[in-house]
Design a protein around this ligand. Structure first.
Ligand code: NCD
Ligand code: ZN
Length: 459
């Protein structure tokens, strides 16, 4: 048995921060309390904070499909350095994760390269069947993702943002009808349904070339988000599904979500650091690093999202880590692909925001407890408590960090939070009791395991 004793830190426990030792046996936390003199290894973390590893519920590994943008190796290097000990990957890799066979092949690939634990979301296509969804659940999917308004290229097996109808290679996007048709099986499986909430009808009507950032905002109005939330929530409520809204970006979307919750929909909300830290005014400085779907909007939207976190209406902060190559992003606003990397800066940006909001420890709820509950991992991850995985992040509250391209481990170096200075630093990170990052050095081992939601039958 390998025993570890973390000595002298302020620990984020289920009851709030406590000054205590933490004892770990074989990768699992066994107790929080005085360690005394024990056999095993002592890790001196005096003066530091010990936080639960983050679970980034929304990343795009690009693997398999686009190794020039990212792969599980580079993704999870960035994650480990940033205190993210579990990533949950979106299904728009290529081939898209629309069947159990594709999910299993992707899991095998991820296992071979991943430095942190990982989970996989499965894709809902307009042609998906109930049987396919059951097979995906049995194969270990954390839940289902529907990209409203994103077509499916049959030849490339790829999710594509394409508003043009009429191309025989493009299968129609999933719509509210698709979700209503599949709702019963999703409810029976008890897994969350995640939506990319931008209504295609509204996007179509406002579509225009992008010359300025104002064009981006006009083409993807907040109304697209609120309409998609209201319509999907009506379906979810009817069938008792757990609906999760990815990357909430607007005050209007938040209002729609709160109305849906009040009407009885089981709904959780996720927003991202870029919507919490940036506004349209930052585009002049950041350029296409800030181009993403949905867009970063006004200062009023930012305030509403921060307020949603404060009121605990938003329970998850995830990154929508969506890297492209720096060369692709260097194109004009019209052609640069949407998305920004973010996994590496999730924890620190949330600690800083939570500190500004009066309680830095709130960050652990947004990036660890909230997403663990979403992904059905609430019995093994998301807390520092006996019986939980020893996914631990050591934070120095006296050392600052500035997000700069040269320290980024992702392939895309420039991101939407570039230049942000935070008053914390991550000094080491443990995955199930094993250090994956310490004193500036990253472990070379691919020791990540696949996580599966509790309660779903295993194949
Ligand atoms: C995502 C990507 O690149 O995979 N981009 C983004 O701007 N969020 C896809 C998407 O969700 O639109
Ligand atoms: Zn995404």
């Amino acid at each position: 048995m390998t025993e570890l004793l973390f000595k002298g830190a302020t620990v984020y426990s289920a009851d709030g921060p406590v000054d205590s030792d933490v004892i770990v046996s074989d990768g699992v936390i066994t107790s929080i309390g005085p360690g005394g003199s024990r056999r095993g290894k002592v890790v001196d973390v005096s003066g530091k904070w010990l936080l639960p590893g983050a679970i980034d519920a929304h990343v795009h590994s690009r693997d398999p499909g686009f190794p020039e943008k990212e792969d599980f190796g580079t993704l999870t290097a960035a994650a480990a350095v940033g205190g993210v000990t579990t990533v949950i990957d979106m299904p728009n890799t290529v081939p898209a994760v629309d069947s159990a066979g594709v999910l299993e092949a992707k899991a095998a690939l991820a296992r071979s390269r991943s430095r942190v634990d990982f989970g996989l979301w499965a894709l809902i296509r307009s042609t998906s069947t109930a049987e396919q969804l059951v097979e995906l659940a049995v194969a270990g999917a954390v839940g289902f993702k529907a990209y409203l308004g994103y077509s499916f290229s049959l030849s490339r097996k790829q999710v594509l943002h394409a508003l043009d109808a009429g191309d025989p290679d493009l299968e129609a996007p999933p719509d509210y009808g698709t979700l209503a048709r599949l709702a019963q099986v999703i409810a029976e499986l008890g897994l969350p349904l995640v939506i990319h909430a931008e209504d295609p009808g509204i996007l179509h009507s406002f579509n225009r070339p992008f010359e300025t950032y104002g064009d981006v905002l006009a083409a993807r109005p907040a109304e697209a988000e609120s309409v998609a939330i209201t319509a999907t929530a009506a379906v979810a409520r009817q069938h008792g599904i757990h609906l999760h809204i990815a990357h909430l970006s607007s005050a209007l979307g938040l209002l729609a979500a709160e109305e849906a919750t009040a009407a009885g929909t089981r709904l959780t909300l996720e927003t991202c650091p870029q919507y919490l830290w940036r506004t349209e005014a930052d585009f002049a400085r950041l350029g296409t690093a800030m181009k993403m779907n949905p867009p970063v909007r006004s200062a009023g939207d930012q305030q509403a999202l921060r307020d949603g976190l404060r009121r605990e209406v938003i329970s998850v902060v995830a990154t929508d880590h969506a890297p492209h190559s720096d060369a692709e992003k260097a194109q004009d606003l019209e052609y640069a692909p949407p998305g920004t990397p973010g996994v590496q800066t999730l924890y620190l940006s949330c600690l800083e925001l939570a500190k500004q909001m009066g309680d830095p420890w709130l960050a652990a709820r947004w990036v660890s407890e909230g997403p663990a509950a979403l992904a059905g991992l609430g019995e093994s991850k998301g807390q520092i408590a006996p019986g939980y995985d020893a996914d631990l992040v050591v934070v120095d509250p006296k050392q600052s960090t500035t997000f700069s391209p040269k320290s980024m481990r992702s392939r895309q170096k420039h991101g939407a939070l570039e230049g942000l200075k935070v008053s914390f630093a991550i000094t080491s990170v443990y995955l199930r009791g094993v250090p994956v990052y310490a004193s500036g050095r990253l472990s070379t081992k691919s020791s990540g395991r696949m996580v599966r939601p509790a309660g779903v039958p295993i194949a």
